[in-house]
Write a protein that binds this ligand. Structure first.
Ligand code: TXA
Ligand code: MG
Length: 309
């Protein structure tokens, strides 16, 4: 792996893109200090250019190089959850590129909890801007093979760190204003964040651009029908065409792709299950929404967005 890390660093320094594993999903990385390199992320993903990217750091010691100040609440969260699936939005230092922040005065920062990501960041010695390594709006990749299918041609190399342990993206907390706000539920449970902050998180303020907040996102080609668990059988019966159930148990004799009832396991398997729906040629996937508690909040959020296309 050491040779591959060195090759990846050289590619990043030359302005190329590198896909790398994190504990959440695979990232499509570029040198966050290079405008042309970051621009090529948007071209590769087909992502609108005004949507901001998360800057990945090797440790919280690097926060000061990107954030104008690190408020006590941010430090408390990072001390508890970094490295880990948490992104904090802070007011940026002036030199942070507009292409990274979508022209906003804030920057998203995170220290991923994956040995390969940390080795890469350590060796690179600066921030790596990275969205999830999928085409815009599509399902995020949780294996190197997923990345190769969609973006293999766009990257200098793909570091293979095996399947992602968490499976859904980082939780994003905005601490750039007066009131801490949840921008996206993810791998760190909101309840745990609120416990550290000693207060509850507000829902997003208006005007923030975050594609993960668009109603239609994380979607497979097939239509997704996400319903309350009590309505699952009824929803399956109401569909004709090639229907599959995503879940832990068979429903109404329909074919089924396994998805755990346990929220952390459902998070880990969710994107691979959505990809399998398309790979097996199903037209409709019917799935029960988990209770919005713990990691169930992130799973329900992704299912709703997958369903609203
Ligand atoms: O787990 C993750 O966060 C993964 C891995 C690769 O780290 N990354 C990821 O990136 O999910 P992406 O680009 O797919 O989603 C990042 C989200 C977007 O919704 C983006 O708009 C938001 O973070 N974001 C980034 N910087 C922001 C900022 N300054 N203000 C508001 N939202 C921001
Ligand atoms: Mg994404």
């Amino acid at each position: 792996m050491q040779a591959a890390i060195e090759e990846a660093c050289a590619a990043l320094r030359a302005g190329a893109l590198v896909a790398f594993p994190t504990e959440t999903v695979y990232g499509l990385g570029a040198d966050a200090r290079s405008e042309p390199a970051v621009r090529s992320i948007f071209a590769a993903k087909g992502r609108p250019a005004d949507h901001p990217l998360i800057v990945h750091l090797a440790s919280i010691d690097a926060l000061d190089a990107w954030a104008r100040e690190v408020p006590a609440a941010a430090l408390a969260l990072f001390e508890r959850f970094a490295p880990g699936p948490l992104t904090v939005i802070l007011n940026k230092r002036p030199e942070v590129l507009d292409v990274v922040t979508g022209g906003q005065p804030t920057v998203g920062l995170r220290v991923p909890d994956h040995p390969v990501a940390l080795a890469l960041l350590e060796a690179f010695g600066s921030g790596i801007a990275a969205p999830s390594a999928n085409r815009f709006g599509a399902v995020s990749p949780t294996t190197a093979a997923h990345v190769a299918l969609e973006l293999g041609d766009a990257v200098a190399l793909i570091l293979d760190g095996g399947p992602c342990r968490v499976g859904v993206e980082s939780t994003i907390v905005d601490l750039s204003g007066e009131t801490p706000a949840l921008l996206r539920p993810g791998g760190v449970e909101v309840e745990a964040i609120e416990a550290v902050l000693g207060r509850s998180l507000a829902s997003p303020r208006g005007g923030v651009r975050a594609p993960g907040m668009l109603p239609a996102h994380y979607a497979p080609r097939a239509r997704v029908v996400a319903v309350d668990a009590r309505r699952l059988a009824e929803a399956v019966a109401a569909e004709d065409g090639r229907v599959v159930v995503l879940g832990p148990v068979d429903v109404a004799g329909a074919p089924r792709i396994a998805l755990s009832a346990e929220p952390a396991e459902a998070a880990r398997g969710l994107y691979a299950a959505l990809r399998e729906v398309d790979a097996r040629g199903f037209e409709v996937a019917v799935v029960a929404l988990p209770p919005p508690i713990g990691l169930g909040l992130a799973v329900a959020d992704r299912l709703r967005r997958a369903a609203s296309r």
